[in-house]
Design a protein around this ligand. Structure first.
Ligand code: V47
Ligand code: SF4
Length: 399
């Protein structure tokens, strides 16, 4: 890392706690921090110190670049057999008729709506129901791919895979191979929640375990493919559980190198059985982004999922280790608006997203799912644009 930097100021300041200074020294030297260091950061480090460390790493990896992609979400159903207490979907199983259960044709109608749109990815995830089984998903992936071969299919999590493979009495290896053959391109990071059984059994009992989640990703990576990882934080877990979760991810990443992006997911407390649990503060959200950036040295990207945390926090996160803002999502994802996110209609145009990024002095790059550059918007002038970069002269974006 560059010397004479803000990191040096942090390390050399008499006001810096000695343990934090020695962690900052590791960051400066590009050394990996330990699990114990990570716990110290969670317990003791203030936001400005974390910001300096995380931003140093973020800028060394990506400079001023902020990635986004153009995607849309499809949720086959919002009803689910499982009863995760943080999820607003699980409540609907008791009044199933109020939810939706799409057929292949219904989903192809959604895919076709985007035929003339420059989207590069479809993100498919939803509830678990018996009719959504191995043959169903094979047919869905094949039908999407034959309709639009270049559309990247990022679909399902180990929660669904574990369920459907068990039902079909096939191994994870065979199951993932069949998904690959049907056209699956990559796996999103969902279903990870908190791996530690002390917490997982309380909030997500019955679905795949942390070890099973990790094993399915490992098999997918061994087949030569990529995936993401999430962590649902800010509910009943303790800091040690977050460290354990990230430690498991870092170990698997050392083995396979198959993860692209880590996405911390802030627990939202509306419309679920954990509504009595207060949500984390924005300061805690930013600390969590920063600590994950510092700890997960073998992950290229940290993503802030703006439909869940809102646009303001997403912008702030770009100074705390985040380099990816996910996509220009249409209003087809309901999981967060149902759970109380400020984004009731999570849809942003490309222009709005680019302007959001420019307003914090960064450069917007559209990527595909695998982080190939699709469009560099650094100097792009939109029609009727008031091109500005940086923090000042901020006209209101109306569309
Ligand atoms: O696994 C459910 C979470 C996840 C709540 O890989 C909740 O690019 C907060 O994984 N409060 C699904 N979170 C979404 C997901 C995801 C999102 C964006 C991008 C990617 C990617 C993956 O949503 C679930 C669960 O952890 N979730 N309910 C809630 N009340
Ligand atoms: Fe089902 Fe996933 Fe919601 Fe759990 S988090 S109830 S598995 S949709």
């Amino acid at each position: 890392m560059e010397s004479g930097s803000k990191l040096d100021v942090l390390i050399n300041s008499k006001a810096t706690d000695s343990e934090i200074a020695s962690i900052a020294e590791k960051v400066k030297n590009g050394d990996r921090i330990t699990d114990e260091d990570c716990l110290i950061l969670f317990e003791k480090a203030d936001l400005p110190s974390l910001g300096i460390m995380a931003n140093t790493i973020r800028e060394a990896k990506h400079g001023d670049t902020v990635y986004f992609n153009r995607n849309f979400h499809m949720e086959p159903t919002n009803v689910c057999l499982y009863t995760c207490s943080f999820c607003s979907y699980s409540r609907l199983i008791k009044k199933r008729s109020e939810g939706w259960e799409y057929s292949i044709d219904d989903m192809m109608d959604i895919v076709k709506k985007y035929d003339d749109e420059p989207v590069t990815e479809v993100h498919i995830v939803g509830g678990v129901l018996p009719q959504y089984d191995v043959p169903f998903y094979e047919e869905l992936f094949k039908t999407i791919k034959s309709h639009r071969p270049e559309l990247h299919v990022k679909a399902l999590t180990p929660v669904e895979y574990h369920y459907i493979f068990k039902k079909a009495k096939i191994s994870y290896e065979e199951g993932m191979k069949r998904m690959e053959e049907a056209g699956l391109d990559s796996m999103p990071g969902g279903g990870a929640e908190i791996f530690h059984p002390e917490i997982r059994d309380q909030i997500a009992g019955g679905k795949c375990s942390g070890d099973q989640w990790l094993r399915i990703h490992e098999i997918w990576h061994e087949l030569g493919h990529r995936s993401n990882a999430t962590m649902l934080y800010g509910h009943i877990e303790e800091f040690k559980h977050r460290v354990h979760h990230m430690s498991e991810l870092r170990k698997l990443q050392d083995k396979t190198g198959g993860f692209q992006t880590f996405i911390p997911l802030k627990f939202r407390n509306k419309g679920n059985e954990m509504s009595h649990v207060p949500e984390s503060t924005v300061v805690e959200d930013l600390r969590n982004y920063a600590i994950s950036r510092i700890y997960l040295d073998n992950f290229d990207h940290i993503k802030a999922y703006w439909p869940m945390i809102g646009r303001d926090t997403a912008q702030l996160s770009l100074a705390f280790g985040v380099d990816d803002l996910d996509g220009t999502i249409d209003d087809t994802t309901k999981i967060y608006s149902m759970a109380g996110s400020e984004e009731q209609n999570p849809s942003l145009t490309t222009k709005q997203l680019v302007q959001m990024i420019r307003r914090v002095g960064r450069n917007a790059i559209e990527r595909d799912t695998l982080y190939n550059v699709v469009n560099d918007f650094t100097d792009h002038v939109f029609e009727d644009d008031n091109l500005y970069k940086g923090y000042l002269s901020l006209p209101v974006v109306s569309n």
